[in-house]
Design a protein around this ligand. Structure first.
Ligand SMILES: CC(C)(COP(=O)(O)OP(=O)(O)OC[C@H]1O[C@@H](n2cnc3c(N)ncnc32)[C@H](O)[C@@H]1OP(=O)(O)O)[C@@H](O)C(=O)NCCC(=O)NCCS
Length: 215
């Protein structure tokens, strides 16, 4: 890792396979990942197609070593968007490969989606923002390859994402992670995100950050 050459730039179509690879490596226990690398590739493509302004990669001498992707709206809207996108994929997959439906990961994924639709809404009061009129965004996934971790790249990606989000008109960002993900929790705290909710039932922690000119 040369370090000095690391640049953060918008995700391009050519980067999608490498981003999908890093995604699968860094989120191995996510139920989405267990649906296979093809699904993750399409999922990254979806981010690139629908929210290109909120998709960045970190490059070191031409090699991708990290990425961050986000979406507009809150958690519920994000899951709705993904569900809407993923539904035909799953349906087609089920018809072509009916045995997939019985895979635990498949069922877990749908349960996760439906649970999320119900319970991830953070009230405006909880994050101290006006009820209406503010444009929200969500930092969905940030990841750095292992050899480059704990050297400040995660924070650089987060900060670049905040700037890109602010530039696109987003005023309040939210994010969430597993309670046990100490690196992600520390990263968010370090970047000035406020912990707004802990959900012991789903084992998730929710963060929020209001964006302004001082980024
Ligand atoms: C979360 C992640 C992106 C952080 O990337 P990173 O490049 O290591 O982040 P940074 O180097 O900027 O470190 C941020 C802070 O987290 C701390 N940290 C990093 N790894 C840690 C770990 N395993 N445990 C505890 N703290 C850790 C760093 O020490 C730093 O805090 P400090 O400056 O006070 O020392 C990276 O660990 C990762 O890719 N994890 C897998 C994917 C993931 O879980 N993403 C987050 C959920 S979307």
């Amino acid at each position: 890792m040369s370090g000095a050459q690391i640049t953060i730039k918008p995700l391009t179509a050519q980067d999608i396979p490498q981003v999908a690879e890093i995604f699968c490596q860094q989120f191995p226990s996510l139920s989405w990942t267990s649906l296979g690398s093809n699904f993750i590739r399409k999922f990254v493509e979806w981010h690139f197609k629908f929210h290109p302004e909120l998709a960045l990669v970190a490059q070191d001498d031409g090699r991708l070593i990290g990425f961050v992707v986000g979406a507009t709206g809150g958690h519920r809207e994000y899951y709705r968007q993904v569900l809407h996108y993923a539904f035909p994929e799953f349906l087609a997959g089920s018809l072509l490969h009916p045995w997939r439906v019985f895979r635990p990961s498949f069922l877990t994924l749908w349960l996760e989606f439906f649970r999320s639709l119900r319970s991830t809404r953070i009230s405006p009061k909880e994050i101290g923002m006006a009820k209406t009129g503010e444009k929200k965004g969500i930092l969905c996934f940030v990841a750095v390859i292992e050899p480059a971790q704990a050297q400040g790249l995660g924070a650089r990606l987060n900060q670049a994402f905040e700037k890109a989000a602010f530039k696109s008109g987003i005023e309040v960002l939210s994010a969430y992670t597993d309670i046990s993900n100490l690196a992600a929790r520390r990263l968010n705290e370090k970047c000035g995100w406020k912990q707004v909710r802990v959900d012991p039932h789903r084992k998730m922690v929710y963060f929020s950050k209001r964006l302004d000119d001082n980024l």
